[in-house]
Ligand binder design. Structure first.
Ligand code: NI
Length: 142
């Protein structure tokens, strides 16, 4: 029986190809550290290799510019934008929360809707589907 796990040789394609904090917000160097930590997170790397997810740019959403959103996947992997900062811009949101939103956004590389395909996909990931849906990352009215 063949292994269904991730190859021991990770593909360089299935990753974030650029990491870009928003330079007009405070402390972009810490924002870069947060985004880099997410991109290198073993659980995130595992999901991306397993499902062959490639994302052009990992960047952030400014809370005051996108008040209803925690995360956004643009054009199925062209870019993923995450709200990593507190609303008051006095720090950064909890890492585990941001990572949960990122897991959810990654599913939109292949699935536009929150249906059974997303449920099946996320069952393979490190966090539960129900918790991800409860995050409601895209919209305050979703
Ligand atoms: Ni979603």
């Amino acid at each position: 029986m063949r292994s269904t796990g991730v190859s021991s040789v990770a593909s360089a394609s299935y990753t974030f190809h650029r990491i870009e904090p928003l330079q007009h917000l405070p402390d972009p160097s810490t924002a870069l550290e947060v985004l880099t930590r997410l991109a290198n997170d073993p659980a995130i790397r595992h999901i991306m290799q397993l499902h062959r997810f490639s994302v052009g740019i990992l960047t952030e959403l400014a809370p005051h510019e996108q008040p209803g959103l925690l995360g956004l996947n643009v054009n199925a992997g062209q870019a993923i934008k995450l709200r990593i900062r507190t609303d008051a811009y006095d720090g950064f949101r909890l890492y585990a929360e941001t990572r949960r939103v990122l897991c959810h956004e990654l599913t939109h590389n292949v699935h536009g809707d929150h249906d059974n395909n997303v449920r099946e996909l996320l069952s393979l990931g490190p966090v539960s589907y129900d918790r991800l849906l409860n995050t409601r990352p895209h919209s305050s009215r979703n």
